[in-house]
Every structure is written in structure tokens, then in C-alpha cells.
Design a protein. Structure first.
Lengths: 113, 116
């Protein structure tokens, strides 16, 4: 099965600072998803990347997909306390003909005011 | 749309009891996933349905776990008998599209299960 490794596992930054979270796949990426989760709640979809070199932005969050490296990065500019939470990357993989939407272990982000 | 609806939100049960978790996917979505989340193992895919048919249940931990999807608007995950190590947050997610590839999955709020 596809394995996703996220780094760092946790991150503490001062409000206003920029930060980057990385997600590396053990297999070819067919689709890469970024989600955010607050403790005790469900996952909120942020962005989906499908093509190598693709880059998407939403407000102060930018995600890139390096297909050759089987890697994606999530960059937050001028972080705010509202950005705090767990960020998870998910990827489509194949198990025979079945879809396996699997996730990394997550990055816990704390933003200090 | 109300999104993916899970019930109950919290469940506390005694070891050995049967537990049933319920999920109503987003109307029109034809893929449904059950996940389990723990601190130790993160978010694990348990089973995936496409058009109400179980496609991949390789993530189901043991025979004590079973999942059904009798129609497009309802799915259950049952644990019988439950054990303390089953304590976790169980999420249901749904997505649209043939096979589900390349489409984002929408998650419910989860069911926090505690087995004592």
C-alpha cells in the first residue's frame, strides 16, 4: 500500500512567521490532497493537486506537487492562530482496481500569538 | 447540503458489547470510506465502498469488524464484540466520481468510541 511520510511531525511558530510542511510518497502520486483537522473534529478539505508542477493557493496557504519527487509541500505565509491544527496529506493509490485514499500521520501546527 | 452525517458523536460501551456506527453520505456521492484515527496509528482506511459495493476491506482489523452499505444513503460499521483497543475516533467520508480517484473526500465529524 502507499505510504505517506509527513515532516515535521509538529511545528510551533510565532504568529506572522512563514512555515512549510512536507509530504513524501513511497509510490507514484495520482492525486494529492491536503486536509486540516482541529482536535475532536472531522477533516476539512483544503486543496487537491493532480499534475506534476501544479501549484494552488487559497488565502495564505499554497500547495505544490513535485510529481517526479513524489512529494508535495504546503506553505503558509504570515501564519495566524487560526491556522493552528493538524495538517494531513492524503493520496490516491491503487490496490488492484480499488481506490485507496490513504493519509500521512499529520503535522501538528501551533501558532503562538 | 448537510454534509456527511455520522451518529452517534460519542459512544461509551463496555467490553464485549456490540457497537454500531452510522453514516449518511452526501447525496449523490457514490464512494464511501470508513477510517479509524488513533494517536498511535494515525488515520487508517478500514473499508471503501463504491456504488454500495465493498471494494477493498483489507484495512478491516479483524473479523469482529463488519461494514455494510444497504443503499446509497446509509452505511454502518459494526464491532462485535468490542474491546478496549477499539477505542478511537471513527470517520466516515464520501466522494463523487467513478472509482473516486481524483475527487476530494468529504468527512463527517466522527464518532468517538470508548470501550471500557
Amino acid at each position: 500500500s502507499q505510504e505517506l511520510e509527513q515532516s515535521p511531525q509538529s511545528l510551533i511558530v510565532q504568529e506572522g512567521k512563514n512555515l512549510t510542511i512536507n509530504c513524501t510518497s513511497s509510490k507514484t502520486l495520482y492525486g494529492l490532497y491536503w486536509y486540516k483537522q482541529k482536535y475532536g473534529e472531522g477533516l476539512i478539505f483544503l486543496m487537491m493537486l493532480q499534475k506534476g508542477g501544479e501549484e494552488k493557493s487559497h488565502e495564505k496557504i499554497t500547495a505544490k506537487l513535485d510529481e517526479k519527487k513524489q512529494q508535495s509541500s504546503l506553505h503558509i505565509t504570515a501564519s495566524q492562530p487560526s491556522h493552528a491544527g493538524i495538517y494531513l496529506c492524503g493520496a490516491d493509490g491503487y490496490s488492484g482496481s480499488a481506490r485507496q485514499l490513504t493519509f500521512g500521520s499529520g503535522t501538528q501546527l501551533t501558532v503562538l500569538p | 447540503d448537510a454534509g456527511v452525517i455520522q451518529s452517534p458523536r460519542h459512544e461509551v460501551t463496555e467490553m464485549g458489547q456490540e457497537v454500531t456506527l452510522r453514516c449518511k453520505p452526501i447525496s449523490g456521492h457514490n464512494s464511501l470510506f470508513w477510517y479509524r484515527q488513533t494517536m498511535m496509528r494515525g488515520l487508517e482506511l478500514l473499508i471503501y465502498f463504491n456504488n454500495n459495493v465493498p471494494i477493498d476491506d483489507s484495512g478491516m482489523p479483524e473479523d469482529r469488524f463488519s461494514a455494510k452499505m444497504p443503499n446509497a444513503s446509509f452505511s454502518t460499521l459494526k464491532i462485535q464484540p468490542s474491546e478496549p483497543r477499539d477505542s478511537a475516533v471513527y470517520f466516515c467520508a464520501s466522494s463523487l466520481g467513478t472509482g473516486g480517484f481524483g475527487t476530494e473526500a468529504f468527512f463527517g465529524q466522527g464518532t468517538r468510541l470508548t470501550v471500557v
